[in-house]
Design a protein around this ligand. Structure first.
Ligand code: PMP
Length: 419
């Protein structure tokens, strides 16, 4: 190999600084180094040494309550889910080593799609290897050159990336603004094909979309289809846990629902469900579905079992809402600034003044034994620094009490709330 350096630890070429494609990241590297030099722990380098349950883990030797996972329904350790995964691993092996359209469709993938069809009451369901790929695949395949994708400015990265991959014209509207959506649709050519992409729950602030009003605005304009990403709504919104679109009664107006197995379902994978009569053609034309390996048999087995159990999870759902309301009220009463006025989902965002305060607060909580997500631009809207708390149906009321106490202590210690 050419270009080897004298550095004994390196087995490949080490860039010499000139003409380095990595130089565009210098500002970010410097910012991180400056932050870490102040002695804080790296919020983006946490390692879970042991995971004890959906709500507890050992991090650097300390037992820690998890309040920063997407394990909303606590399905990761459900005994039936774990048993289904183990059985499939024994019977079908570790992986499929192939695409869904070649050797990578096992009966387990079909069973998982059947579970989704039953859960959503739809004619079609297509499983992707991740939720990211489900958005990437759906959006890029149905909205191509000459089409328009109209999306909320705060949309998830996978939605934006789907637009770029498909080469459609992107039109953004102000976050959750029905008026702006209507206005922007009105400026587009009537004959053009349009895909409106909405999310049930927006994951940074934990706020919910006003879907009936948005659907009404969309229906004033011709040639529009609607896709809703229910990544953070599946499992606990609506009578059947289908998502915000079910809770708000707009099922009949939505063409495609995209979701993920990495949140309420408790494993990994993504999907799209639809009643569109031509939907099955997607299996042939959707590149992020065709040109990647299918999910391992153990994963689809855990997903199918979990999805079927989520059809009968009303008690868990009720407890999750109770946890969410209590945490929201408690944090508000202490004087924290939150992402929403009222608890709208299982996500509660605590907004801090700047990066220094956010990291200090994040670290103080971790030292007390609480893990939350730290989020910063560009992931967050409007340049905010926030701590995202996501609740789990398995958090006990005692744990919610402990969490509130830790927030009180950390908040006073860092000056985020008055002492
Ligand atoms: N959509 C939204 C709204 C998300 O928040 C996420 C993940 N955080 C995804 C899609 C992608 O899901 P996955 O983790 O399955 O790739």
């Amino acid at each position: 190999m050419t270009g080897l350096t004298d550095d004994k630890a390196a087995t490949m070429r080490v860039a010499d600084g000139d003409r380095d494609l990595f130089s565009k990241f210098d500002a970010l590297i410097a910012e991180r180094e400056a932050l870490l030099a102040t002695g804080v722990r790296d919020p983006f380098a946490i390692v879970m040494d042991q995971v004890l349950s959906p709500t507890r883990a050992i991090i650097k030797g300390k037992e820690t309550i998890l309040l920063g996972t997407y394990n909303y329904m606590g399905m990761t350790f459900d005994p039936d889910v774990v048993a289904a995964g183990k059985q499939a691993l024994d019977e079908y092996g570790a992986g499929t080593t192939g695409s869904r359209v070649l050797n990578g469709t096992y009966q387990g993938h079909k069973a998982c799609e059947d579970a989704l069809k039953d859960f959503y009451g739809t004619k079609h369901a297509m499983v992707f290897s991740t939720g990211y790929q489900a958005n990437l695949g759906m959006i890029s395949t149905i909205a191509g050159k000459g089409d328009y994708v109209i999306l909320d400015a705060d949309s998830h990265a996978s939605i934006y990336d789907g637009c770029y991959l498909g080469n459609a014209e992107i039109v953004r509207f102000r976050h959750n603004s029905v008026e702006d959506l209507d206005k922007r649709l009105g400026r587009l050519p009537a004959e053009a094909q349009k895909l409106v992409v909405l999310e049930g729950v927006y994951s940074m602030l934990g706020d919910v979309a006003p879907l009936p009003e948005m659907v009404a605005a969309v229906r004033k304009h011709p040639n529009c289809m609607i896709l809703v990403d229910e990544a953070h709504g599946m499992g606990f919104f609506g009578p059947n846990g289908r998502g915000v679109y079910e809770e708000q009664g707009v099922e009949k107006e939505i063409d495609f629902v995209v979701g993920t197995f990495s949140k309420s379902v408790g494993t990994v994978g993504g999907f799209c469900v639809s009643d569109h009569p031509k939907f099955e053609v997607m299996r042939l034309v959707c590149r992020p579905y065709v040109f990647t390996a299918s999910l391992p048999p153990s994963v689809v087995a855990t997903a199918a079992t979990s999805i079927r159990k989520l059809m009968h999870a009303s008690e868990k759902r009720a407890h999750l809402w109770e946890n969410s309301r209590r945490l929201h009220q408690g944090l508000r009463d202490m004087g924290f600034r939150l992402g929403t006025e009222t608890p709208q989902s299982a996500i509660i965002a605590v907004i801090l003044t700047d990066q220094t305060q956010a990291v200090a607060m994040w670290q103080a909580l971790l030292e007390l034994g609480l893990y939350v997500n730290m989020a910063r631009p560009p992931a967050t809207p409007a340049g905010t620094f926030l701590l995202r708390c996501s609740l789990c149906a398995e958090h006990s009321s005692e744990q919610v009490g402990e969490i509130l106490e830790m927030f009180r202590q950390a908040g006073r210690q860092t000056g985020a709330i008055a002492a």
